[in-house]
Design a protein around this ligand. Structure first.
Ligand SMILES: CC(C)(COP(=O)([O-])OP(=O)([O-])OC[C@H]1O[C@@H](n2cnc3c(N)ncnc32)[C@H](O)[C@@H]1OP(=O)([O-])[O-])[C@@H](O)C(=O)NCCC(=O)NCCSC(=O)C[C@@](C)(O)CC(=O)[O-]
Length: 336
């Protein structure tokens, strides 16, 4: 009972209503959610080589990054966000983006998207044969300024140019919305603000909108409100969730999103990550933990968990730190 002292009555009521609505896991799993992902399946977008490494203070050698992507490619993951074509002055870790895209071994059936904030980034990405790019905006004005040096309105004009040019080149575009559950500069972000930019990005031609809890502050309570607003304007099968695990809420949030019908989730092997423009934000939810949960629920991920843990160990050793995935720690203790 002691725990209830720390939970406000309204939060408790919202959570109770939410969990009373919860369908059984088997019904959840068999839902057919349109063209993106088949029934019983989830799509994992591995963002370790990009989101995971972009905040590393020490420059990670390019050959280690290439080997990291190549090893991930052998685990069964079908989407690996490989790097970003952003300003090397602002994010020096991603300065080797062209070399990475030229030298990785692209496995058939694996997609290697990259971030491109503007036409300059897109043209560079096209020149090295990229097939999918992502534009990244924010639901918070202050974060937009800090991250991409322009207002939300101006970012949307830039993104439109990127989408049009990408379409001409036969390149698909994913859209990120950051700060969907809170902003490091302005605090609260309204669900309506998230819905507005998500709708704009969807309408301009992004095939999928990834909703980013950039600083990992969300809970199933706040996520539920935000998704209820966003799904009114973007079809649920076109939404993805991108969780950072700063407050340890990521798996609970992913479960909540599954309940809403989302089947695409971004994560980072070994829980790598953080954003250079979001102080205090820790890593993405660990891919190993996500895969373990999905497998336990009977979802098909296509990923070999043992191989994945080995890749997480590989990159963690190269970064000189322990693997941050709880599942990896548990499996490593059994001498995997
Ligand atoms: C967006 C810009 C480029 C605007 O930057 P800007 O300063 O407004 O751009 P500019 O057009 O005025 O150009 C200034 C200089 O940057 C160069 N430049 C301009 N564009 C490029 C480019 N594409 N690639 C390489 N160089 C570029 C350009 O050539 C020029 O060089 P100079 O003449 O000074 O030598 C800049 O602010 C930037 O790169 N920001 C970095 C953003 C970033 O990487 N953030 C982290 C990723 S987002 C994230 O982590 C959140 C996410 C996606 O994971 C989801 C979540 O967790 O919520």
């Amino acid at each position: 009972m002691a725990i209830f002292r720390y939970v406000s009555r309204s939060t408790f009521r919202a959570n109770k209503a939410f969990f009373t609505k919860t369908r059984s896991i088997s019904v959840l799993r068999e839902q057919n959610l349109g063209s993106n992902v088949g029934p019983g399946q989830v799509k994992i977008v591995e963002v370790g080589p990009r989101d995971g490494l972009q905040n590393e203070k020490q420059q990670v050698p390019t050959d280690i990054k290439i080997s990291f992507v190549n090893k991930l490619s052998k685990t069964g993951l079908k989407v690996i966000e490989a790097t970003s074509f952003v300003s090397p002055k602002l994010v020096p870790q991603m300065a080797d983006c062209s070399e990475i895209m030229t030298k990785i071994t692209r496995e058939p059936g694996v997609n290697y998207p990259v971030l491109t904030p503007n036409l300059k980034g897109l043209e560079k990405a096209i020149s090295v044969g990229v097939k999918e790019v992502a534009i990244f905006g924010a639901a918070s004005e202050k974060f937009s300024q800090a991250n991409i040096n322009c207002s939300i309105k101006d970012s949307l004009s830039r993104f439109r140019e990127v989408v049009e040019r990408a379409n001409l080149a036969g390149i698909t575009v994913r859209g990120y919305v950051s700060c969907v559950l809170g902003c490091p500069y302005q605090g609260e972000v309204s669900p309506e603000a998230v819905a507005e930019i998500a709708e704009e990005m969807y309408k301009m031609g992004c095939y999928e909108i990834s909703l980013g809890d950039t600083i990992g502050v969300g809970t199933p309570g706040s996520l539920n409100k935000m998704l209820t607003a966003v799904r009114k304007v973007v079809p649920i099968e076109r939404l993805a969730l991108h969780c950072h695990d700063t407050y340890g809420q990521a798996l609970a949030n992913i479960y909540c999103a599954l309940e809403h019908g989302i089947r695409v989730f971004d994560s980072s092997v070994a829980g790598l990550g953080g954003c250079p423009f979001a102080k205090g934000a820790t890593g993405n939810v660990a891919t190993e933990d996500v895969v373990y949960m999905f497998q336990g629920m009977g979802f098909h991920t296509g990923v070999n968990l043992t191989d994945l843990v080995r890749v997480g160990n590989y990159i963690s050793q190269n970064l000189g730190r322990p693997n941050r995935s709880k599942v990896a720690v548990a499996l490593n203790a059994k001498n995997l």
